[in-house]
Design a protein around this ligand. Structure first.
Ligand SMILES: [Zn+2]
Ligand SMILES: [Zn+2]
Length: 59
């Protein structure tokens, strides 16, 4: 289960497009702070849910 960063609703992992708001999600981030999988159309620098800094997780 991932959280759409645009509408912040839960999306099952089999979707690459959010069924709620229609955004296409390509990149997946795991937030260590709020422990959510977040799918986005681009690289995130901050968690849209809790504002955790993702820049130190890049590899
Ligand atoms: Zn959405
Ligand atoms: Zn977070």
């Amino acid at each position: 289960m991932v959280i759409c960063p645009y509408c912040q609703k839960e999306v099952t992992g089999e979707f690459d497009t959010c069924p709620h708001c229609g955004v296409t999600m390509i990149y997946f981030h795991h937030c260590h702070r709020c422990n959510q999988e977040i799918a986005t159309t681009g690289i995130l620098k901050f968690c849209p849910l809790c504002d955790a800094d993702f820049s130190d997780q890049m590899n």
